[in-house]
Design a protein around this ligand. Structure first.
Ligand code: X5A
Ligand code: ZN
Length: 511
C-alpha cells in the first residue's frame, strides 16, 4: 500500500480577492489560505508532507463538468476593469471576480487533479489541497457562493474517466450545502454524494428545497445523494460523530468506494461566522480518521469554506496531522447528539431506507437510540437472520466499563456488512460517550471475523484513548500468527489459554 501524505499549496491562489465593498463576499479572503499554511508550518506538518506542485487545470478538464459558455465568461474576465468585473459578478449569487480569478480557479482545479493523480498513482496514500476559490456551489453554467469551478466535481469526473473508477464517495462537511455538486451528480450512481449543512428549515442560504433530506438523487442516481440538514445552529462534536456513525459510515462501507474526496469546508467548525456551529478542531481529526478506513486509504481532502482564520487553520492542521497517521486527540464534552440532530438523522435514514441494505434490516438488531446508550441486546437475540459471533470480547477501559460481545448475536447479510453496521451504530457511540483512557480488545480463537475485519475494528477503535490499544488475540495452537498493521498499539498473541485468559481479564475488571 502507498504511504505518505501530499500537501498542495500555491501562493498564487492568494491573489484572487474582492476589490470593492460587499458584505456578503468579504469573508472569503486570501488569508484563509496563507494562515492555514503558516499554521501547518508552525506545527512542522509541511515538512512531513510530500510537496506536490499545483498546475493549471486544462479547458478540457473544466469542461468535464462545466459548459463552454461558463468557461468563456470566466476567461473573459481576465482583461476587465473593476467596473466590468463588478457587473459580471452581479450576475451570480455571492461571487466576485478579480482579474486573476480565472487563473486562480484554474490552479484550484489543477491542484485538485494533481492530488487525485498522486493518490491514484500510488505516489502518496492521501493528501490535502489548499485551494481558492472553493468549488462546491459552482454549477454547470454558473458561479455561486464564492465558487467558480467545481474543483471536487471535476476531480470525481476526471478520476472516473482516467482511472475507470466505478465508485467515488464525496463527503462534503462544509457547513453549506454543495448544491452544485448535487446537481452535477444527482443522476449518477457512481458518485455517492454526502453533505451535511446548516438548513434551519430552508431559512439558511442557499435556502433550497432540494437541500433537504428527501433529495435522494434522480433516476439511476436514486439513493446516491445524501443530504443531512441541520435545523438548528450550535451543533457539536457529538452531532457530527452521530451523523458519521448513523448515516455516512455504514452507507460508505456498504458502497465500498474506490476513492474518497472530501469537500472540506471548515465553516462547520466552532467560531465560524457563517456556520454558527460548535464543533472543535479535534472533531475533524476523527472525521478524517474514519474516512481513512475506506477505499484502501485513498483520501483526497480539498479545501472549500472556513472563515474564522484561527478555527480554520487549527482544523486544517488537525486534518493533515491525521492524514499523516498521528494518533487522534481525545474529544471532550457532551457525547449525546441533540434532539434536533437525532431528528435530522432519523429523517435521512428513513428517506434512504429503500436504497441501502444496512437500513433495510436495521430494525432487526439495533436502533438509533443506541447512540444514547440504550442497550438493546434483547431484540438482537430473536431475529431470524441472526448468526453467532462467539468468543469475542471487547473491553473499554480496564477498571470501570466492560463491553462484552461474547455470544452477541448479529445480523449477517451476504456481504458480511452486519458486524460493522453494529460496530458503527452501537459500539462506537457507546465507546465515544465513555471516552476511555485505554482500549483493551480481546479476540477469541473461534471467531467468524476475518483478519481484515479485525484490522478494521482496531482501526475504528483507534480514534479512542489517543490510540492506546491493548490487544489480546487468542489463536489456535499451530495456527499462523496474525499480523495486524497497527501503530501505537501493544499487542500480544496467546494460544491455548482459552477461557482462563478472559476470566482473568474479567476478574481484573470486577475488582
Ligand atoms: C464555499 C462556501 C459560502 C457562500 C455563502 C454565501 N461558500 N452567503 O463556504
Ligand atoms: Zn461553506
Amino acid at each position: 500500500m502507498a504511504s505518505g501524505t501530499a500537501l498542495i499549496y500555491d501562493e498564487e491562489m492568494t491573489t484572487h480577492k474582492l476589490l470593492w465593498s460587499d458584505p456578503i463576499c468579504d469573508i472569503e479572503v486570501p488569508e484563509r489560505l496563507s494562515s492555514s499554511y503558516e499554521q501547518l508550518k508552525c506545527y512542522h506538518l509541511v515538512e512531513r508532507c510530500v510537496q506536490v506542485p499545483a498546475r493549471e487545470g486544462s479547458e478540457e478538464e473544466i469542461l468535464l463538468v462545466h459548459s463552454s459558455e461558463h468557461l468563456e465568461v470566466a476567461k473573459s474576465t481576465q482583461t476587465m476593469n473593476e467596473e466590468e468585473l463588478k457587473r459580471v459578478s452581479g450576475n451570480y449569487d455571492a461571487f466576485f471576480f478579480h482579474p486573476n480569478t480565472y487563473c486562480c480557479a484554474r490552479l484550484a482545479v489543477g491542484a485538485t487533479l494533481q492530488l487525485v493523480d498522486a493518490v491514484m498513482l500510488g505516489k502518496v496514500c492521501n493528501g490535502m489541497a489548499l485551494v481558492r476559490p472553493p468549488g462546491h456551489h459552482s454549477q454547470k453554467n454558473a458561479a455561486n457562493g464564492f465558487c467558480l469551478f467545481n474543483n471536487v466535481a471535476i476531480a470525481a469526473e476526471y478520476a472516473k474517466r482516467k482511472y475507470s473508477l466505478q465508485r467515488i464517495l464525496i463527503v462534503d462537511w462544509d457547513v453549506h450545502h454543495g448544491q452544485g455538486t448535487q446537481y452535477i451528480f444527482e443522476e449518477d450512481p457512481s458518485v455517492l454524494y454526502f453533505s451535511w449543512h446548516r438548513y434551519e428549515h430552508q431559512e439558511f442560504w442557499p435556502s433550497l428545497k432540494e437541500s433537504d433530506y428527501d433529495a435522494v438523487g434522480l433516476g439511476r442516481g436514486k439513493g446516491f445523494n445524501v443530504n443531512l440538514p441541520w435545523n438548528k445552529v450550535g451543533m457539536e462534536n457529538s452531532d457530527y460523530l452521530a451523523a458519521f456513525f448513523h448515516v455516512l459510515l455504514p452507507m460508505a462501507f456498504e458502497f465500498d468506494p474506490e476513492l474518497v474526496i472530501v469537500s472540506s469546508g471548515y465553516d462547520s467548525g466552532i467560531g465560524d461566522p457563517e456556520g454558527q456551529m460548535n464543533a472543535t478542531p479535534e472533531v475533524f481529526a476523527h472525521l478524517t480518521h474514519f474516512l481513512m478506513q475506506l477505499a484502501n486509504g485513498r483520501l483526497c481532502v480539498i479545501l472549500e469554506g472556513g472563515y474564522h482564520l484561527k478555527s480554520l487553520s487549527e482544523s486544517v492542521c488537525m486534518t493533515v496531522k491525521t492524514l499523516l497517521g498521528d494518533p487522534v486527540p481525545q474529544i471532550t464534552g457532551e457525547m449525546a447528539p441533540c434532539l434536533s440532530a437525532v431528528e435530522s438523522i432519523q429523517n435521512v435514514r428513513a428517506a434512504h431506507k429503500p436504497y441501502w441494505k444496512w437500513l433495510m434490516y436495521e430494525g432487526n438488531y439495533y436502533s438509533i437510540s443506541s447512540s444514547k446508550c440504550n442497550w438493546q441486546m434483547d431484540s438482537c437475540r430473536h431475529s431470524k437472520l441472526l448468526r453467532l459471533i462467539p468468543c469475542f470480547v471487547l473491553y473499554l477501559g480496564i477498571w470501570s466499563f466492560t463491553f462484552v460481545l461474547n455470544s452477541f448475536s448479529l445480523l449477517k447479510d451476504a456481504e458480511g456488512n452486519d458486524f460493522f453496521a453494529a460496530v458503527l451504530g452501537f459500539i462506537l457511540p457507546i465507546a465515544y460517550s465513555y471516552q476511555p483512557d485505554l482500549t483493551v480488545i480481546a479476540v477469541g480463537p473461534n471467531r467468524s471475523l476475518g483478519i481484515s475485519g479485525i484490522s478494521l475494528l482496531f482501526a475504528l477503535l483507534q480514534g479512542l484513548a489517543e490510540s492506546r490499544i491493548f490487544a489480546v488475540i487468542e489463536v489456535r495452537s499451530g495456527a499462523k500468527p496474525i499480523q495486524l498493521k497497527i501503530r501505537y498499539s501493544l499487542s500480544c498473541q496467546l494460544s491455548g489459554f482459552r477461557h482462563t485468559l478472559f476470566c482473568s481479564l474479567l476478574k481484573c475488571h470486577l475488582l
